[in-house]
Design a protein around this ligand. Structure first.
Ligand SMILES: [Zn+2]
Length: 302
C-alpha cells in the first residue's frame, strides 16, 4: 500500500508532468474507478473535459488537482485521487500499449503524454469534487471531504505543539494514535513501526503517559523516516513514470524493524520481534522498546 512519501513522489510527478495541461478527453474503463463520483462516469467525464489541471496538491494520501477554465478562471472544483492499495498514476506516450489494469485515461489538448490511472485491486479511485465553500473558489482550496485529514509532518505548516497536546489527551496506545488520520496525516503501518523504533517506544505505550520529550522524539522519528523515504523515492522523479508501488525496492533498504523479524536490531543486536496488531503485524526491538508494564501484565494474565 502506498504510504505518504510515495504519494508525495506521485504529487511531484503530477506537478511536473500534468499541471497546466488541458484535458481533451477522458475515458473511464471501469466504473469502480469513479465510484466516489456519485453522479456517475458520464458526469465525471463531462466535468473534466475542456478543463485545465492547474496544480497537484496533497493532503495525507489524497491528491487533488484544482480545475480551471483554459483561460485560468478557477471553477471551484478539483480532481481528487486516492491510490488505495495498488493504484498508480502513470504518465505515458499515447503509443504505449494499454496496461492490463488500466481504469481511466486522460488525453490532453497538447497531444503529449497521457495520464493513466492503473489499479489492479480497484480500491483506489477518482472523483471531481467541489472545493468552494467559505474559502470561496480559491485555486487550490481543499475539497471539504479532505478537511478532516490532519496535516502531515512533511507539511511546513504542521503544528507540533498542537499534535503533542492532542496525542497526550488521547486515551489510546501510541501506535494506534500514529495510524489515526484525524490526529496525524499519512503515517501507515511501516512508518509507524520505524518511527517508534527510532523513538525507543513500544507501540502499546499509553499516549496519556508519554512525556513531551517522548512525543518530540517520536515526531522526529516520523519526520526522519518520511524524509528518508522521500529522498529514496526521489530517484523516480526524473523518470517518465509517475509511479508508486508499495513493494518498490527503494522502500525496504532502510527499514530497521519492519519486516525484519528475528533479524538483529541495528542498534543493539537483539532479534526483532513480530507481534500481531489489528490483523497486521508490528515489529519492534524487545530491548530498545520494552513493552509497557501494564500491557505486559495484561498479556501474562490472558
Ligand atoms: Zn534494539
Amino acid at each position: 500500500m502506498p504510504e505518504l512519501p510515495e504519494v508525495e513522489v506521485v504529487r511531484r510527478g503530477l506537478e511536473r508532468w500534468v499541471a497546466g495541461r488541458t484535458v481533451a478527453s477522458v475515458e473511464v474503463r471501469h466504473p469502480r474507478a469513479v465510484r466516489r463520483h456519485l453522479e456517475g462516469a458520464d458526469h465525471f467525464v463531462a466535468a473534466l473535459t475542456g478543463r485545465t489541471l492547474t496544480a497537484a496538491r496533497r493532503r495525507g494520501k489524497y491528491l487533488w488537482l484544482p480545475l480551471a477554465e483554459p483561460d485560468g478562471t478557477a471553477v471551484g472544483q478539483a480532481l481528487v485521487a486516492h491510490l488505495g492499495m495498488s493504484g498508480q498514476l502513470l504518465v505515458e506516450k499515447p503509443s504505449q500499449p494499454d496496461e492490463t489494469h488500466l481504469r481511466a485515461r486522460f488525453v490532453f489538448t497538447d497531444g503529449g503524454r497521457e495520464l493513466r490511472f492503473v489499479d489492479q485491486r480497484t480500491f483506489g479511485g477518482l472523483a471531481v469534487e467541489d472545493t468552494a465553500d467559505d474559502e470561496g473558489a480559491a485555486p487550490g482550496a481543499l475539497p471539504p471531504r479532505l478537511r478532516h485529514i490532519a496535516i502531515d509532518p512533511l507539511d511546513p505548516s504542521f503544528d507540533e505543539a498542537g499534535f503533542s497536546a492532542a496525542l497526550r489527551r488521547r486515551r489510546t496506545e501510541v501506535k494506534r494514535a500514529l495510524l489515526d488520520q484525524t490526529l496525524i496525516g499519512g503515517v501507515g503501518n511501516i512508518y509507524a513501526d520505524e518511527a517508534l523504533w527510532r523513538a525507543r517506544l513500544h507501540g502499546n505505550r499509553p499516549t496519556d503517559r508519554l512525556t513531551r520529550a517522548q512525543v518530540h522524539d517520536l515526531l522526529e522519528g516520523v519526520r526522519d523516516v518520511l524524509g528518508e523515504a522521500l529522498a529514496q523515492g526521489g530517484t523516480s522523479f526524473d523518470s517518465l513514470y509517475v509511479d508508486v508501488n508499495g513493494q518498490s525496492g527503494y522502500f525496504s533498504r532502510f527499514l530497521a524493524v519492519y519486516g525484519q523479524g528475528d533479524r538483529p536490531c541495528p542498534r543493539c543486536g537483539t532479534p526483532i520481534v513480530r507481534e500481531s496488531f489489528m490483523n497486521r503485524s508490528s515489529y519492534s526491538c524487545p530491548v530498545c522498546q520494552p513493552r509497557p508494564r501494564s500491557s505486559a501484565a495484561r498479556s501474562r494474565r490472558s
